[in-house]
Design a protein around this ligand. Structure first.
Ligand SMILES: [Zn+2]
Length: 175
């Protein structure tokens, strides 16, 4: 018991010393500036993130999507099948809904996925643009799309889809 009391008093003394040292530091100009800058940096990061989200929403809004089927999910127990689509132009990816329903949480989404989730929630995004119903990997599809765009200026979406199908066939042959 005595020992505990001694320990307690020792700690009280040490804390007092520590608090005094902290108070002294609070008046230090360099430290004041450091704390100011940290606060400023935090505020800027919040602003930057908000603008980034708005930019992505603008990008999704202005995209006349070209969809490919990125996941066909079949539940043999329930006999239910779901198709998830991804846009080869802006990268919108409905698989965020598969992730959130599988993990029963939106906490596992990356920032990009969270923005997509918020954007697509309650929206029938696949009604806009062209749905090719072609099954393929979204990364490969987007790569092919950017190659097509690089070599064809002002190409319309219907022609993009035609070229895309041809290119994809070639890629699949090589695999
Ligand atoms: Zn799109």
């Amino acid at each position: 018991m005595v020992n505990l009391k001694e320990q307690y008093e020792q700690i009280v003394k040490e804390r007092e010393k520590t608090l005094n040292a902290l108070k002294e530091l609070e008046n230090n100009e360099v430290l004041k500036r450091y704390l100011e800058l940290r606060k400023q940096n935090e505020n800027l990061a919040i602003k930057q993130l908000n603008i980034y989200k708005k930019l992505k929403v603008e990008e999704y809004d202005s995209c006349n999507h070209i969809w490919v089927n990125v996941l066909h999910d079949y539940d043999s127990c329930e006999g239910r099948s779901d198709n998830y689509y991804g846009c080869i132009k802006c990268g919108l990816d409905q698989r965020v809904f598969e992730i959130t329903s599988r993990l029963r949480s939106i906490d596992y989404l990356t920032l990009e996925q969270q923005i997509m989730y918020d954007y697509m929630y309650g929206r029938y995004v696949t009604y806009k643009g062209i749905n090719t119903h072609i099954s393929c990997d979204l990364d490969i599809a987007r790569e092919i799309y950017s190659r097509i765009k690089e070599s064809h200026d002002n190409i319309d979406d219907k022609s993009v889809v035609e070229l895309f199908e041809t290119e994809l066939r070639l890629v699949k042959k090589k695999q």
